[in-house]
Design a protein around this ligand. Structure first.
Ligand SMILES: Nc1nc2c(ncn2[C@@H]2O[C@H](COP(=O)(O)OP(=O)(O)OP(=O)(O)O)[C@@H](O)[C@H]2O)c(=O)[nH]1
Ligand SMILES: [Mg+2]
Length: 311
């Protein structure tokens, strides 16, 4: 029987086998995801301890294409992939570059990432962050969240307070559910840090990454599209030509399918919630009638007040 395809970073099967040799010099693939300006590139630079990705304050998105850079940590090769604005609400299907960027991201990460770093600015988990998390699932698949770690930038804003306390005490429902979805894996970075502080925060991240790898027995995250990306690399499809065009069509079809799947799951969830309410109302008939009358009276008063103020 033929073995699995050989890649730049090993074989598809190695994704499983790596579990037995986490500390060995197998390469670790990380991808930075999140809203524009949250500090993805700065985080990549902190992980690699060098300024490889352009990172600056800007009204416009700074990173325009998917980029990779490599480094080492404790003798282990690390590949970091930085991403442009593919996780924004405005990243619409008609955006020609969108699927090219997503396709490139898959190619750089093939056969799949070990870790997705969901980067967000500490203290500001906004509606855009919630959209970004939804887009991560649309682009990589909901299952990818099993390999996700939340990375808070601007850690220095804690001014010495504990990140654990911040996460536990946040009243932001979306942030709470993200942390939950990521199996409570998170850490903080001050991307302006240097020297000992920079080394310490990197060690904290790597401890989280290693425990995630142990949980998955070293397996990286992969899906059908990573397999297609791998095949394209194998046959030297390059970034132009018919093979590449076919690949980009697959990228678009794959992302659209995942988007539909997530939408269906959301409507299914809403339907289930409605059914639960109905079941509750049937089993608490008296209380339900009382509640309905109460709500109707409340609405009648509200309408009356509106009419009165209208005059
Ligand atoms: N003080 C502080 N500034 C940070 C931190 N992380 C990022 N920044 C700053 O935030 C700004 C944006 O950072 P980038 O790394 O360019 O953010 P990005 O997510 O890559 O942005 P785009 O490429 O535009 O999507 C830069 O001015 C960084 O120096 C941090 O931890 N602390
Ligand atoms: Mg950037």
């Amino acid at each position: 029987m033929e073995g699995p395809p050989k890649t730049r970073y090993g074989t598809m099967a190695e994704g499983i086998a790596e579990g037995n040799q986490l500390a060995a010099a197998s390469s670790l693939r990380l991808v930075l995801v999140g809203t524009s300006g949250c500090g993805k590139s700065a985080t990549g630079n902190s992980i690699l301890c060098q300024r490889v990705f352009e990172s600056k304050l800007g009204a416009q998105a700074v990173t325009r294409t998917c980029q990779e850079a490599t480094g080492t940590w404790n003798g282990r090769n690390i590949l970091v992939v930085d991403t442009p604005s593919i996780f924004e609400a405005k990243a619409k299907a008609q955006d020609q570059d969108l699927y090219k960027n997503i396709g490139d991201c898959y190619l750089l990460l093939a056969p799949g990432p070990h870790v997705l770093l969901v980067v967000t600015k500490l203290g500001r988990f906004t509606a855009q962050d919630t959209v970004a998390v939804r887009r991560v699932k649309e682009i990589f698949g909901a299952e990818a969240m099993r390999h996700a770690v939340v990375l808070f930038t601007h850690k220095e804003d804690l001014e010495g307070d504990s990140l654990d306390d911040y996460v536990v005490n946040t009243d932001n429902h979306s942030l709470r559910s993200l942390v939950q979805e990521c199996g409570r894996r998170y850490c903080g970075f001050n991307n302006k840090a240097t020297g000992e502080e920079q080394r310490e925060q990197l060690e904290e991240l790597m401890a989280v990454v290693e425990s995630l790898e142990r949980e998955h027995q070293g397996a990286y995250y992969t899906n059908d599209l990573f397999f297609d990306a791998q095949m394209l690399l194998e046959c030297g499809g390059g970034t132009h030509g018919e093979e590449h065009r076919r690949y980009l069509a697959k990228v678009q079809a794959h992302v659209e399918k995942q988007k539909r799947g997530l939408q269906a799951a959301r409507s299914h969830g809403a339907l289930k919630a409605l059914l639960r309410v109905k079941t509750w109302m049937v089993s608490h008939r008296g209380l339900s009638i009382f509640l309905v009358i109460y709500i109707l009276i409340f609405l009648a008063i509200l309408i009356n007040l509106c009419i009165y103020h209208g005059h």
